[in-house]
Design a protein around this ligand. Structure first.
Ligand SMILES: Cc1ncc(COP(=O)(O)O)c(C=O)c1O
Length: 399
């Protein structure tokens, strides 16, 4: 399926804000790197699904068929989004669940090694599972040192570190600085060294192009509720055809396996083998609607809009002598996340609270050494005008 099938020719962002994002009438919400508001059409899709089930009987044959076809439709759209086969798409609850499937599903031996970029600088969802493995199973944790404050590293150093390791993991886009990591180069190094490659795409899926074939990863995880504007409680775990054979399903149940008359247990094919138990059907209805919404705008157009807003904000905030900016200057190397730190110690959280009192929603996020940055994360429903308003408030509050 080609993206061109979905894209509409023109987007009127004013109308989109008015019709689908009521929050924009009273609040400037730029905390989409945490949870994005769902468009009203998504809420309607979830309500319609629930009503259909309530009226038709949630497990009557025809409704059950409808629910299953919904999951199939959702997986097809996700496959389109990240360029994989639909049976490589596993529906999970969250990024964390997907990453833990890797942590708990591979056959770890004492002395196996995992390479993780930046250590504590990664989101804890992509750090604690590996720390836990090192503590429980004696797996060696090799932290790929950062060479700058934005979270980058030396590829030569990575080549040395990856030798003899079993898994290499990093985020596609960093949650704290917004830096886009060179995942394709990293994927090449992983492949050359026969190392499994896992990508946390929580901050990239839905805001920049994500292509698992180009990246060359074995595993990827992301949620529905950030840049994809879906509901909470549903996310995606990508497991490549090659990798699923070595991944022990973390759970087993009627939906994921069979038991023969001779008591032989056998897992079903992908993705069912990794989906024990019923899925979050209303969440799937919501995420499917949100994906349709996102793909209608188109990722290229979303990227352009997000960067317009981000760049206004970044340029205005960078002019202030009272802040330190994070994230690469080169636009092609950052997402729309705009991260900065007020120079007065410990004031990021205070500033976020002060902004909230003025109905502006940003976030404070860890950046290492006990410090936090203020993070603005604009998405397509935010406007250039909102960026200027935020910058003015920050100027006033930090004066
Ligand atoms: C980079 C990154 N990874 C993982 C997560 C956790 O996501 P989830 O709540 O879907 O487990 C987040 C959430 O902020 C994130 O930014």
């Amino acid at each position: 399926m080609q993206e061109v099938e979905y894209i509409v020719s023109e987007i009127d962002y004013g109308q989109l804000r008015d019709n689908d994002y009521p929050i924009t009438k009273k609040t400037i919400y730029m905390n989409n790197g945490a949870i994005a508001p769902t468009p009203l059409s998504t809420i309607k899709a979830m309500t319609d699904f629930m009503l259909t089930c309530a009226e038709g009987g949630p497990d009557s044959p025809s409704i059950s068929e409808y629910s299953m076809s919904l999951l199939e439709e959702l997986r097809t759209r996700i496959a389109h989004l990240i360029n994989c086969n639909h049976d490589e798409v596993v529906l999970v609850q969250s990024t964390t669940e997907g990453l833990n499937m890797v942590g708990n599903g591979l056959d770890w031996k004492r002395g196996d090694a995992i390479v993780v970029r930046g250590g504590r600088h990664e989101h804890y969802a992509n750090y604690l599972p590996w720390v836990a493995l090192s503590q429980k199973k004696g797996v060696q944790l090799r932290e790929l040192a950062m060479t700058d404050e934005n979270g980058y590293f030396d590829l030569g150093q990575l080549e040395k570190l990856v030798k003899g390791s079993k898994l290499l993991t990093l985020s596609h886009v960093l949650y704290n600085t917004g830096a886009v990591m060179p995942v394709e180069e990293v994927g090449r190094i992983a492949q050359e060294n026969n190392v499994l490659f896992c990508v946390d795409a929580a901050q990239s899926a839905g805001t920049i192009s994500v292509n698992v074939k180009k990246i060359g990863c074995d595993f990827m995880a992301f949620p529905g509720f950030k840049w994809l504007c879906g509901p909470t409680g549903i996310g995606v775990f990508y497991c490549s055809k090659k990798a699923f054979e070595i991944l022990e399903p973390p759970e087993i149940g009627g939906e994921s396996a069979t038991l023969s008359e001779q008591n032989v247990l056998a897992y079903l094919d992908m993705p069912a083998r990794l989906q024990a138990g019923f899925r979050n059907f209303p969440g799937a209805a919501g995420l499917e609607a949100s994906l349709r919404y996102i793909l209608r705008i188109g990722l290229e157009r979303i990227r352009k809009k997000n960067m317009n807003v981000a760049n206004i904000l970044r340029e205005e905030i960078a002019k202030m002598s009272t802040v330190k900016m994070y994230g690469p200057d080169d636009e092609s190397k950052r997402s729309s996340i705009v991260a900065f730190m007020p120079l007065k110690a410990d004031s990021s959280s205070t500033l976020v609270r002060q902004l909230e009192q003025n109905r502006i929603m940003l976030a404070a996020r860890d950046i290492g050494a006990g410090k936090k940055v203020v993070r603005a994360a604009p998405h397509f429903f935010n406007s250039e005008e909102e960026a200027s308003i935020i910058a003015n408030y920050i100027k006033g509050l930090l004066r």
